[in-house]
Ligand binder design. Sequence first.
Ligand code: 2M8
Length: 458
Amino acid sequence: MAQQHDGGQQPPGHLSDAQARLWRSAAATLQGNWTGRSTVPSGTQYPHQWSWDSAFISIGWSAVQPSRARTELEALLAGQWADGRLPHIQFNPAVPEEAYFPGPAFWASKDHPDGPAVPTSGLIQPPVHARAVLAAVTAALDTGGAQRQIGLDFGLASYPRLLAWHRYLHERRDVAGDGLVAVLHPWESGLDNSPVWDTPLAAVSRDAAPAFTRRDTAHVGAAERPTDRDYAAYVALAAAYRDGGYDDTTAGRLEFVVADPLVNAVLLDAELCLARLAGLLGIDGTPHTRAAEQLHEAMLATLYDPERGVYVSRDLRTGQPLTAATLTGLLPLLDPWLTEPIRDRLLDRLASPGFLGGARFPVPSTALDAAEFDRRRYWRGPTWISTNWLLALGALTAGRSDLAERIATAGLDLVAGAGFREYFDPLDGAGLGAHEFSWSAALSLDWLAHPVAAAERA
Ligand code: 2M8
């Protein structure tokens, strides 16, 4: 790879030889998945641009080559809908329809008045994007020289897009009017196959699903992917939202309407990032801080479970809490305004044998002591680099850099041992799912570039 003018691609000087090797191989993984415009999560399993993947990936590019981080995010933002939504997949028209299901023909975004020029899905994913843009701007400012203005210009161009995206979430996705963002499909949560969704999914009428052929199990073993039954529910739910014109005013009638702590905590963090970005750009960031405070209040009122000492998802159709013990309940650690008793209970659970304390390769996506724990199946137990990265950030926000360090080290040990796999068995560290997976490489680069405390920088 050629040396660039915007920070270059050499491993930072503070790395050991082994870490420098890991850095090079992570950078090569991203390079291998780069299409010239954006980075696919995996060339085989996910050959398009995914929304929260792209945000994480750009954070890796910010550490290696900030100009690429900007290109990645510009490409992502080009897929924004007129209503402000950032779709969860932006399709590469050069990739054949059958390479991924559900592809562009299924989503039919081109037929929607709000759809962008490029074909996309109509669902969303967790809003990590403001954090990613802030990281890209900060990387350019840190590089200095001509990069400073380039970074600020990029920030100024991205800011209104992010504003529209957050406005979509606050206004259109507050389905219950409780100040929280609702997800309308397990794919919107990012943690698609989490046991938290088992109860609402059980009530979904699968008969409504159009006929389809799964593509995901062509590349990854069926035991590491969702069951056919779950997949039929995913397709039925996506088809129902599409057939309703992706209309959020009638979203309350869909069969899956859930407020989830991960999405809302990530949005709270994103509002705080927007406030910081606004500050760098000379814009008043107070409305973003206020939006974050409102999310803090709403999450506390609706999602905190004092009995369990963690946050839980809530099924907005039934009003029932969804209590499977997964790491999403710990992500409100990203909220800087937690009371000390609540913060300490979340930290205790994070450090407990179910999560950090019990797994040799933490942090398992479902607690080891939960009945639903499945060490190999996608989002039902395996450790993921993306959620380790978010949890490390949460631990830092809570003032526990020791825990953040443990989580980041666990992530780096996993990729050093098993490669940049999509997910990992938390008991023996075996790699699972796709190979050469972009966010595992990207977030490792961030950890290597900014050993733990640096996650605070952005
Ligand atoms: C997984 O989700 C996609 C659907 O969006 C799939 O299984 O086909 C999830 O892990 C999701 O969080 C991730 O963004 C996506 C691409 O890595 O894969």
